[in-house]
Design a protein around this ligand. Structure first.
Ligand code: GLA
Length: 389
């Protein structure tokens, strides 16, 4: 199985006994820097992975949405568009909440979307912090946009998908993952201001410099809906309210000490410290990349990990072990990526160290009694696109 095709021949015809009108895909992502900044209207810098959620689709004229996934048990889920209600109001279709939520979100925003048959196959690992949900949402959104001629631009597509996740599925995520899936381009990292969605494609060709970015999936599955993520978000909002700003993005680094002095709750203080310093780390990384000083990005990543571990408390022992072992073995830097509480870490290192660091990680995980981590290279890949015809 390659990274971009899953499970052999696509099965739309077999499942629905008709022809698909086309196939669309949206990728998973890693975030280079800027974690838990998106719902604070701050900065992020994701890159798309070659791993793709692929959907084959065809319109229906009866207002019925049928969804099927090779990666999910339970066969075809059949829904009526007019009857769709969010999970909190009783939707009981399991994973189908993601594609159904996108159709709901499009219709709620006033777009004329009719029924469809959708078949998904994905190579984006689930629960690994690599945004398999956003890949599912954005591939759905792009297929419906194309089939029904909606003409959405990419940020609007990402917004529709974020609303599906927040309001239909009920996960209070920011816009990082959907923007990454919708807007990343091959060979680039996406420098994104999540306040106004201004963005810049930053060339990110590590091979030119003899460097590599590894993804280490700890196999500790995370669940964003489990309350810890929402608690961080609430804490950040409490911090912004205490400081009288719209969002923590508005707290300048040189005013941080003074701001912290005005927050009573020690937990909220730590959250604010993380978010403000993390926004600054994004600026540091962009300045280093613009100056061609890619190697110097490493320590900034590691500093970001410490902040997520100590201030924001979203790491876990497996992620900490990846960072410790990788840096100990000579990597330039490493950090957890995504929401945390498990999932994946990234490691920036010299190409010559790849095998050594990979072996050291596998050994360290075995010695700690953890499941063997999955290690692969993050090659900056294309964002969502029509695949056929
Ligand atoms: C998850 C969320 C994103 C973002 C990250 C943390 O991936 O879906 O919106 O908040 O966590 O940076």
């Amino acid at each position: 199985m390659s990274a971009t095709t899953a499970g052999g021949a696509f099965r739309f015809r077999e499942i629905y006994e008709r022809e698909p009108e086309g196939a669309w895909g949206a990728p998973g992502r890693v975030n280079l820097i800027g974690e838990h900044t998106d719902y604070n209207e701050g900065f992020v810098m994701p890159l798309a992975l070659p791993h793709l959620c692929r959907v084959e689709a065809a319109r229906r004229d009866d207002g019925v949405l049928r969804v099927h996934s090779s990666d999910q048990p339970g066969g075809v889920v059949e829904l009526t568009l007019d009857g769709l209600a969010p999970v909190a109001e009783g939707f009981a279709g399991g994973w189908a909440a993601y594609p159904a939520g996108v159709a709901w979100s499009l219709r709620t925003a006033g777009h004329r979307v009719g029924g469809a048959d959708l078949h998904f196959e994905s190579t984006v690992p689930t629960g690994a912090g690599l945004s398999s949900s956003a890949a599912l949402e954005v591939s759905t959104g792009l297929a419906l946009d194309d089939l029904y001629g909606l003409g959405l631009d990419r940020p609007s597509l990402a917004e529709v998908c974020r609303r599906a996740e927040n309001e239909f599925v009920g996960v209070p995520s920011g816009i990082l993952d959907q923007m990454a899936a919708a807007c990343c381009t091959e060979g680039h990292a996406l420098y994104l201001d999540t306040r106004d969605l201004q963005r810049r494609q930053v060339p990110f060709d590590l091979a030119l410099e003899g460097l590599r970015l590894l993804v280490v999936d700890t196999r500790v599955t995370h669940e964003l809906g489990d309350g810890a993520y929402a608690e961080r978000r609430r804490g950040c909002e409490a911090g912004a309210a205490a400081l009288g700003v719209r969002a923590l993005r508005d707290v300048p680094l040189d005013g941080l000490d003074e701001a912290l002095g005005r927050i009573e709750d020690p937990v909220v203080r730590r959250y604010v410290h993380h978010v403000v310093t993390e926004n600054d780390r994004v600026r540091q990384v962009i300045a280093l990349l613009d100056a061609g000083e890619t190697r110097a990005v490493g320590p900034v990543l590691t500093a970001g990990h410490r902040s997520l571990r100590d201030d924001f408390a979203v790491s876990c022992p497996e992620l900490d072990l990846v960072v410790e072992v990788a840096v100990d073995r000579g990597a330039l830097g490493a950090r957890m990526t995504g929401g945390g509480f498990g999932g994946s870490a990234i490691v920036l290192l010299d190409e010559v160290l790849v095998d050594d660091v990979r072996e050291a990680l596998v050994l360290a995980f075995a010695e700690a009694g953890y499941a063997e981590p999955e290690v692969f290279e993050a090659v900056p890949s294309a964002g969502a696109r029509r695949l056929t015809p």
